[in-house]
Design a protein around this ligand. Structure first.
Ligand code: ATP
Ligand code: MG
Length: 237
């Protein structure tokens, strides 16, 4: 048995699967271990889903909740897609995926949405794990009542290209880094590709791709938001 990397990272009685681990059996008497992956999901993409599954297995969770953020209460830099459509894409993305659930508790909340309030709205006995991309994890100390966040939930971090992972444990010493293939994908990139007619089909689940194409959701995406890939080359006239 390997040595736990954290005191809370206790080995659980799961039978090893093909890759040496398997989801733990359905919870019985002990508490539910719930992962929470929040985001604007505009749109939800493969890195969100892969992060959720990495956490599910890597931290031996019972379920992962995908939690779309509600409408911004202050005008941000960019208008988000209405929450109903972001919620619909999230639902389509995880439809039929075992142990993945959509959680709507942030969707209908008025005023500022604080993660701390979301975490405190769960039953006290439920073990919570906040799943964050490395970029989001670096900002954690700026979040409202972040010490309370750390008291209520354990922090799981997945790598994200462009963010130095060695900084994470400096900023959040109790964070656990999960081993995951870093995927250089973002919703911004997908919106940009959809707007320009570039192929992005396999960066989102098929149902989400169909939804975006059918609704023409991102055809009006601002040209100022164009994402240039590192290996993009401007064509000479
Ligand atoms: P946008 O480009 O609109 O900001 P995004 O791709 O960053 O979208 P969000 O909804 O902002 O997606 O992110 C939700 C969560 O998913 C955050 O914790 C973020 O760090 C994480 N995340 C998003 N994309 C990745 C990725 N490629 N690798 C790892 N984590 C990711
Ligand atoms: Mg983001």
């Amino acid at each position: 048995m390997s040595t736990p990397s954290h005191s809370w990272d206790v080995a659980r009685p799961t039978s090893p699967g093909r890759f040496g681990w398997s989801p733990r059996p359905a919870p019985m008497l002990d508490s539910v271990r719930t992962g929470i992956l929040g985001g604007t999901f505009d749109p939800i993409h493969i890195a969100h889903l892969h992060a959720g599954e990495t956490a599910l297995y890597g931290a031996d969770l019972d379920r992962v909740l995908f939690m779309p953020a509600g409408e911004p209460w202050q005008k941000g830099d960019r208008a988000l897609t209405p929450v109903g459509q972001r919620l619909e894409m999230t639902r389509l993305a995880i439809d039929g995926v075992e142990r993945f659930e959509v959680d709507e508790r942030e969707v209908h909340r008025d005023g500022p949405t604080y993660t701390v309030d979301t975490l405190l709205s769960f039953p006290a006995g439920e073990e919570l794990f906040l799943i964050l991309g490395a970029d989001a994890a670096l900002g954690l100390p700026t979040w409202h009542r972040w010490e309370t966040i750390l008291e209520r939930a354990r922090i799981l971090v997945v790598p994200r290209p462009g963010t130095d992972l060695s900084l994470i444990t400096e900023v959040v010493p109790t964070a656990r880094l999960l081993d995951m293939a870093a995927l250089d994908v973002s919703s911004t990139l997908i919106r940009s590709m959809a707007a320009e007619g570039r192929p992005y089909r396999f960066l989102v689940p098929p149902q989400v791709h169909t939804y975006i194409e059918k609704t023409g959701l991102y055809t009006q995406f601002g040209s100022g938001d164009r994402v240039v890939l590192a290996n993009d080359q401007e064509e000479s006239p």
